[in-house]
Structure formats: structure tokens, C-alpha cells
Design a protein around this ligand. Structure first.
Ligand code: ZN
Ligand code: ZN
Length: 370
């Protein structure tokens, strides 16, 4: 039988209750000034980015390095999301990746949607911190660990109250910039643990619960592409296509132009496409046994043939990549040499992509027989 913490139940019920009902009553009684929703949106953006850019990609996954000023700002913004300190947050999150879908996963979806969303936070359990020795040596994080509650309460409630005072509407500031903003930043972050392990597609790894949901990305500053993230957690991106909504990835890249971020980790295209290929293959292997035996044999042969073709294409591309990286380091002979090498790379990519496309069509046609 799980034990729950009354303090957490009351706090995490009061925040959305006051945030939604309280704000509605306040607007009904005293109206609204435009600065209030603006305060909420700016606060939501800053605290949300503090979690995704700071807590998640910078501290938990080390997908890039940041200047101490950026680290400090990320720590402050993340504290305003009221999701505990970086050390505890990262300890849970690293454990989530390491033990995904097992009983040791702190917010395992296997224990149900409610548990993954918020239930795990409400539980009354002794605080366990593991796997974060690197973070414990960071002086900014040590400072946050020591003064977490003062920083978090100060930024989450006192600051919006003071901003409200400036406009002679302190309660308005507190409701919009404090409670309502926190409700949004809390539940949309929680959706990554619940919804993103529940609905969506699995283009990069079919065998895990994490899924890609483009629309969750819009509400979580880019974190909706969760299947990719679980497959390649050290990549600074979650949405890999240029048009995938991922403000955290854009911010990391943008700051690199000013040398404020560096050592940005990015998985190479051939590895990503290989993961895609394997994921489709696993889907085919899942559906093929459910089809009539005549069709089954036909598909098995097709899969085998495509697998061979894919292996050859992948081998030549990955060998080429090694030489390509070497050439990039040493420098090309001249601009024609550079052009021809890039052209060859493009061709290798296109060849592998076309095999994957044929493979996906095979999967689509197979689904008609299931
Ligand atoms: Zn996850
Ligand atoms: Zn992660």
C-alpha cells in the first residue's frame, strides 16, 4: 500500500485550484489588465525553459556545456517552476532513463497514467539521491540545494506579487504570474512523463513506452519528441527536423554563437536513420505473425531482402562518415573536393532513406492484413 504525503496532496491541489478558480473569480470581480496575462506568459516561458533547457538538457543529460552565467540563470528560472532542486530532479530523471518501464523507474507508466503524471510526486517516500556526483560538485547547484525553498518561493510567489503591486493589483500578479503560471508549467511538464509515454508514435524505438507527440512539444518548449529523446538522450535536440517546435534546441544553438554554450552533442544522421530502420523492422516483426501464413512468408522474404540492402547501404555510409569527419578536421583539398564529398554524403543518405521509405510502405501494406 502506497503512503501519500498530505503536504504534497494539499499543495499540488491548491495550486491549480487557486490558479484556475481563483483567477476566474478575481477576473469576474476586478477585471483584468493586459499586463497580467503577459506576466503569466513570460513567467511560463522562463520557468518552462528553466526546466527543459536547464534542468533537463543541460544538467540531467549534459547535452551541452554552458557559461556559468547561463547555468545560474537556468537554475533560477528552473527554480521558479517549483519542481524541486536540480540535484533531486536530475537524480529522478537519470533513474527514469536508466530503468525505463521497470519498477525502479520513479515515474514508470507501467504503474498507470496517474502515477506517471503526479502520483509519484504525492508519495511519501524517503528522499533518495543517486547518480549525480558530477552535479554535487557544481557550486551553483550546491547553492541552489542549500537555499532552494527561499529561491523557489521568492521567484514563484513573492516576485509576481511585487510585480502586481507595481500595477496596484498585487493579488492579480500573484494569481496570474504565480498560481496560474505554475499550474501550466507543472501539468505540461508532468504530461511528458504521462502522456508522452502513453500516446504518440514510436519512430526511433518500438520497444519502449516513450512516444513522440508533436503537439505536446508546443506546450513543453520542445520536449514532446520523447521517443527520440529516450533513444538518444544526449542529443541537445528533441525535435530533430528543422521545423520541429523545439525552442530549447534553438536557444542552445543561438547562445553558441556568443560562446555562451558549447560542446553541443548531436547524434549523426546515419545513426538516427538506422534507429528508424530498426524500429520499423520491430513493428514488422510484431505484425507479421498476426497475418495469414501465405502472406507471412511473402513478407518475411521481402523483409530479408530489404535488410540485406539496408546493411550494405548503412555500412558504406558509416565508413564514409569516419573519413568525412577526418577530412572535416584536416580540411578539404579545395572547394571542388569539398563539394564532391558533400554530394557523395547526400547521395548515401538518400539511398538509405529510400530503403527506409520502402520499408515503411511494406509496413503500411502489411497493416491491411492484420
Ligand atoms: Zn520519459
Ligand atoms: Zn531526459
Amino acid at each position: 500500500m502506497k503512503k501519500y504525503s498530505w503536504f504534497m496532496i494539499v499543495s499540488l491541489s491548491l495550486i491549480p485550484f487557486i490558479g484556475i478558480i481563483g483567477t476566474l473569480i478575481y477576473v469576474y470581480l476586478y477585471g483584468m489588465i493586459w499586463q497580467e496575462p503577459v506576466l503569466m506568459i513570460i513567467g511560463w516561458f522562463l520557468s518552462g525553459m528553466g526546466i527543459t533547457f536547464g534542468y533537463h538538457r543541460l544538467f540531467a543529460h549534459k547535452s551541452f556545456k554552458a557559461h556559468p552565467i547561463i547555468q545560474f540563470l537556468a537554475m533560477l528560472c528552473g527554480s521558479a517552476a517549483l519542481q524541486n532542486n536540480v540535484i533531486k530532479w536530475c537524480s529522478d530523471h537519470r533513474q527514469h532513463h536508466k530503468k525505463l518501464d521497470t519498477k525502479d523507474d520513479p515515474y514508470s507508466i507501467k504503474e498507470g497514467f496517474f502515477h506517471a503524471h503526479i502520483g509519484w510526486i504525492l508519495e511519501d517516500k524517503p528522499e533518495i539521491i543517486r547518480g549525480v556526483t558530477d552535479l554535487k560538485n557544481n557550486s551553483i547547484l550546491k547553492f541552489q540545494y542549500k537555499y532552494y525553498w527561499s529561491i523557489a518561493i521568492g521567484l514563484s510567489f513573492i516576485l509576481p506579487l511585487l510585480i502586481g503591486f507595481y500595477f496596484a493589483r498585487p493579488i492579480g500578479g500573484l494569481l496570474w504570474g504565480g498560481f496560474l503560471r505554475l499550474t501550466l508549467v507543472h501539468h505540461f511538464t508532468f504530461f511528458i512523463n504521462s502522456l508522452c509515454h502513453f500516446v504518440g508514435k514510436r519512430p526511433f524505438d518500438f520497444n519502449i513506452s516513450a512516444r513522440d507527440s508533436w503537439w505536446v512539444a508546443y506546450l513543453t518548449f520542445g520536449e514532446g519528441f520523447h521517443n527520440f529523446h529516450h533513444k538518444f538522450q544526449w542529443d541537445y535536440r528533441n525535435g530533430i527536423r528543422w521545423y520541429d517546435f523545439d525552442p530549447s534546441k534553438w536557444m542552445i544553438k543561438f547562445l553558441s554563437f556568443f560562446k555562451l554554450t558549447r560542446n553541443i552533442q548531436k547524434v549523426s544522421d546515419h545513426k538516427i536513420l538506422n534507429a528508424k530502420f530498426i524500429s520499423i523492422k520491430n513493428k514488422l516483426n510484431f505484425f507479421i505473425p498476426q497475418t495469414p501464413s501465405k502472406i507471412k512468408n511473402l513478407y518475411l522474404k521481402k523483409v530479408e531482402r530489404l535488410q540485406k540492402k539496408a546493411n550494405i547501404a548503412y555500412d558504406s555510409w558509416s565508413k564514409f562518415e569516419i573519413d568525412f569527419q577526418e577530412l572535416k578536421r584536416k580540411g578539404f583539398n579545395d572547394k571542388f573536393h569539398k563539394k564532391s564529398i558533400y554530394y557523395k554524403r547526400k547521395m548515401l543518405k538518400m539511398e538509405y532513406e529510400s530503403i527506409i521509405n520502402t520499408f515503411s510502405l511494406l509496413l503500411i501494406s502489411l497493416k491491411n492484413y492484420v
